[in-house]
Design a protein around this ligand. Structure first.
Ligand code: F6P
Length: 322
């Protein structure tokens, strides 16, 4: 293998830049040529390839977002789109790929490998932490800390106004961010797709808290249709209890910002491991870290198998909130 390329795809996540840096510098260190593909699969189809030198990734490890840009590409969902991308890669002499992204990115990567046999290794890059085969995904730790910072600030207002707040966090169909942010922020309740507390239960918790003299409370709600979202839930709880409330939807601030040290370190390790895996002839796998060990998981397993949530932590949040 003489030339590889790296790209970021799907929702950006803090740590992606650190990972691009690790891929580029490990590749160069191992005597490879390394290209950066701009805008994920969109740029792959358009042949937007840039030769990367060590200096191309200088001063980016501490920055959020991705210097390679990213996109969600509909054309790549078609076999024609993937064939076009494969043609572009072959013309550019690219013999291996590192794909940094989430489950959508990995589905595309798996199809590209199955249809065109271009070796590809995935690195888990998503704030959602919803991929099997790694304890943590890049960006997750930063997103939890961003959500926690917001919850801590909302706590000041909730307490000053003696109000009930519903704080909605991201996570798509999983409750990892919500659970950790709720645990760290001392939330009075957490509502996640894996264990949706309905309005009745929240109304009960509210009544119980009030009886104990609580004047303000924070309920952390994971986004997603499963639980109805914070706004709908809040309305239902209010209809049951007559309580005044405010809803705060944290949104995309959770995707931005400088990566935490934990995310930068993980990104560096996994970026380097992805290049090593390609050089060892691996493909169609994701590099992850499980219990401190770097490991490879077949790409389809990363989205087909469900990573279990820490149910003991969920119980603990409930116990500590009472
Ligand atoms: O996957 C990351 C994520 O931020 C999810 O938590 C969220 O549901 C989704 O992306 C939002 O996507 P978009 O930025 O495309 O609206």
């Amino acid at each position: 293998m003489k030339k590889i390329a790296v790209f970021t795809s799907g929702g950006d996540a803090p740590g992606m830049n650190a990972c691009v840096r690790a891929v580029v510098r490990t590749g160069l260190h191992r005597g490879l040529k390394v290209d950066g593909i701009m805008r994920g699969y969109t740029g792959m189809i358009a042949g937007e390839f840039q030769s990367m030198k060590a200096g191309s990734v200088s001063g980016i490890i501490q920055h959020g977002g991705t210097i390679l840009k990213t996109s969600r590409c509909d054309e790549f969902l078609t076999s024609e789109g993937r064939a076009k991308a494969a043609r572009m890669l072959k013309e550019a002499g690219i013999e291996g790929l590192v794909a940094i992204g989430g489950d959508g990115t990995f589905k595309g990567a798996h199809d590209l490998w199955s249809e065109h046999k271009i070796p590809i290794i995935g690195v888990p890059g998503t704030i959602d932490n919803d991929l099997y085969g790694t304890d943590y995904t890049l960006g997750y730790d930063t997103a939890v800390n961003t959500a926690l910072d917001a919850i801590d600030k909302i706590r000041d207002t909730a307490s000053s106004h003696e109000r009930l707040f519903f704080v909605e966090v991201m996570g798509r169909h999983s409750g990892f961010i919500a659970l950790d942010a709720a645990a760290a922020g001392g939330a009075e309740a957490v509502v996640i797709p894996e264990a949706c507390e309905g309005p009745q239960e929240l109304a009960r918790l509210l009544g119980y808290g009030k009886k104990r003299g609580k004047k303000s409370m924070i309920f952390v709600v994971a986004e997603g249709d499963e639980c109805g979202g914070a706004a709908q839930l809040a309305e239902k709880v209010s209809a049951l209890t007559g309580s005044d409330y405010r809803v705060s939807i944290l949104g995309h601030i959770q995707r931005g910002g400088a990566p935490t040290a934990r995310d930068s370190v993980l990104a560096s390790k996994l970026g380097a491991a992805a290049v090593q895996a390609l050089l060892h002839g691996e493909s169609d796998k994701m590099v992850g870290e499980v219990k401190g060990e770097i490991c490879l998981t077949p790409l389809p397993q990363t989205w087909k198998k469900k990573k279990p949530l820490d149910t003991k932590l969920l119980e603990l949040v409930k116990i500590l909130a009472t």
